[in-house]
Design a protein around this ligand. Structure first.
Ligand code: GDP
Length: 370
């Protein structure tokens, strides 16, 4: 008898080495008569889609494939980490296909946020990166917020075409697919028959009534995500799990705020004013005099200033680089540190602020969202 080389569910090559990569099956599963990969196993038995990530080449091949179809492309980003969750290269590949941009994790945003501003900001950021989405929708896959609206909008925009859901890892794409499967799956979409695609592309297929399908594609890794620079434990400490409660610091110039040991915000020049910090609720924030900041960092990075947890983890971070901003005295301005959160300023005079963050972490300003 022969060892089967491909998954009977999705057709991907079976491997027993890396559970995070496509086609993984535990070695014990190879003894079975019909071998399916762990991902298909979970879909079949638990109706649950596990995240899977791919190397760039495989993924580009899939993106190419999407460009060649006539379809609606739904791109999912994490509102909390726009830069880190941006799927690079998409504009080149989608061709003429319309794009619906979905901002996930809306449940984390503070109560008084202006959601229209969030959507406008996302439109703007997308345009800057060469993408012009038909619409922007904010959802929470985890809490089930706005999923009806999302599906309705997909229904309008797809006009009889297939739908491809794309995104980098960690944006919550699997959670979203599972939400769609659970809430609309069996009843409306007849998913129970067979969710397995019959092609060699490992994508999950959710059949639609008109014979078309929603396809979930594997996530690609974006190295700019702060999550790839810290340990999984530290990632859990910086990722908000509940609605963010802003913290207000009344600062004079020549003062510094440390966000754990992952970012440092120097208030170099400007009027006494509140710095409102929006980060994971239990991230440690340390205030010090600017003149002492270098020393505090040298002494306490990885210890008091953590995450990163431990001196070794602190050493392993990319070197810190400086980002200099002149904050205009009009309205509110947010300084966004991708993956960590943002800090809002609202002064009556121009303020000079320098942010230090590990190289690769995007730091920028936007019109305040509150
Ligand atoms: P994928 O890699 O894109 O498939 O992402 P996952 O679905 O595995 O989600 C990545 C992380 O984000 C997990 O810790 C999820 O619990 C979390 N997550 C997903 N959706 C939401 C959401 O709507 N809100 C919040 N707060 N977290 C979410």
């Amino acid at each position: 008898e022969q060892t089967p080389e491909t998954c009977a569910g999705c057709g991907v090559a079976i491997q027993t080495e890396d559970p995070k990569r496509p086609g993984y099956a535990p070695a014990s599963a190879l003894a079975r008569e019909t071998v399916i990969c762990q991902r298909c196993f979970r879909i079949k038995h638990y109706n649950e889609v596990a995240p899977v990530s791919m190397e760039d080449d495989d993924f580009l091949r899939i993106l190419h494939g999407i460009g060649a179809t006539d379809s609606l492309v739904v791109m999912v980003v994490d509102i909390f980490d726009f830069q880190g969750s941006w799927l690079k290269g998409l504009p080149r590949f989608v061709g003429k296909n319309p794009i619906l941009l979905v901002g996930n994790k809306v449940d984390l945003l503070p109560k008084n946020i202006n959601l229209n501003r969030v959507r406008n900001w996302m439109q703007h950021e997308a345009k800057e990166r060469g993408l012009r989405p038909e619409d922007v929708i904010l959802v929470s896959a985890q809490k089930g917020v706005n999923i009806d609206e999302l599906l309705a909008r997909i229904g309008q925009l797809r006009r009889g075409r297939d739908v491809y859901i794309v995104g980098v890892t960690n944006v919550g794409k699997s959670t979203l697919i599972n939400r769609i499967l659970h809430d609309y799956g069996s009843a409306d979409l007849e998913i129970t028959t067979s969710p397995f695609p019959g092609t060699t592309l490992d994508k999950i297929e959710i059949p639609l009534e008109d014979g078309r399908s929603i396809y979930d594609t594997p996530g690609i890794i974006n190295r700019d995500q702060i999550g790839h620079m810290v340990s999984p434990q530290d990632l859990r400490r910086i990722t908000p799990t509940a609605r963010i409660n802003p913290k207000v610091y009344q600062l004079n110039d020549k003062q510094t705020l440390f966000l754990g040991g992952l970012a440092r915000i120097d208030f170099v020049r400007g009027q006494h004013q509140p710095f409102v910090v929006y980060v994971a609720n239990n991230l440690y924030i340390h205030r010090t005099k600017l003149e002492n900041a270098d020393e505090v960092m040298a002494k306490h990075h990885g210890e008091l200033l953590s995450p990163p947890t431990g001196a070794e983890a602190a050493q392993a971070l990319p070197p810190f680089v400086k980002h200099t901003f002149k904050i205009p005295p009009a309205g509110t301005t947010d300084i966004v540190i991708s993956g960590l959160g943002w800090v809002s300023l609202r002064g009556k005079e121009e303020a000079h602020v320098v942010v230090h963050a590990p190289k690769g972490v995007s730091v920028g300003i936007r019109k305040g969202l509150i």
